[in-house]
Design a protein around this ligand. Sequence first.
Ligand code: NAP
Length: 246
Amino acid sequence: MILSNKVALITGAARGIGKEIALTLAKEGADIAICDVNEEALAQAKSEIESGGRQCLTASVDVSDTKAAEEMANKTLDKFGKIDILVNNAGITRDGLLMRMKEEDWDAVLSVNLKGAFNFTKAVSRGMIKQRSGNIVNIASIIGIMGNAGQANYSASKAGMIGLTKSAAKELAQRGIRVNAIAPGFIKTPMTEKLTDEQTEMMLKLIPLAKLGEPADVAKLVLFLVSDASSYITGEVIKIDGGMVM
Ligand code: NAP
């Protein structure tokens, strides 16, 4: 197991990609702290992680709440003594054309996706700096690279995460902390279940590998980025999209 004695904190991990990341890191020996706003699904994720033999701390946290993010980091430190890995995964969409986009939909997406990643990065970095090691992975999106009509808020938030990744990577490298981003294309989760059959068909035509990705595809890439196999990679943005954006 390549993550024995490691502790990983994953946000938005009650379902979808975040849950798969948590299960994958736990299978490799990491103890896990997860937070989400979906308490019922959080309890289910905890029991799946613990049935694999790892410890799991859960907390109902809205990642855009700075104080709650600090409390979650402190709770994790109290329980496990350290945080080796942070995965900023929590994310939402509130789609709409720019001219009709409501201010509250802009604010909600920027607050959860971008401010949430800032909150948790700040909350865990003090401990990582002290221990002179750490690994942070931000789950961005190809939409943050290519843009998308109807997703100005989401695209801006994910482009912001990419900027956050590169700045944090430069600030923290000297302290032994690596920071990278993953930009998934279309992955089968409750988030993409919202798409109509017609929209999915259209997307498939743009994907050379002609299928949607699985949460496990993203989780395996996270595992690579938080392992020593990627020890010379930092500040990178890795696309995982079946070849959609080249
Ligand atoms: P998902 O199925 O909607 O899961 C996201 C989880 O985050 C849900 O459990 C959700 O709770 C939780 N969450 C929402 N707002 C939160 C908040 N304020 N604080 C804490 N947790 C919160 O989404 P997913 O598809 O797994 O996506 C995970 C990440 O990958 C997101 O950042 C997304 O933008 C990114 N991504 C996904 C795709 C894709 O195709 N699926 C592609 C590119 C990037 P609720 O269930 O209560 O909403």
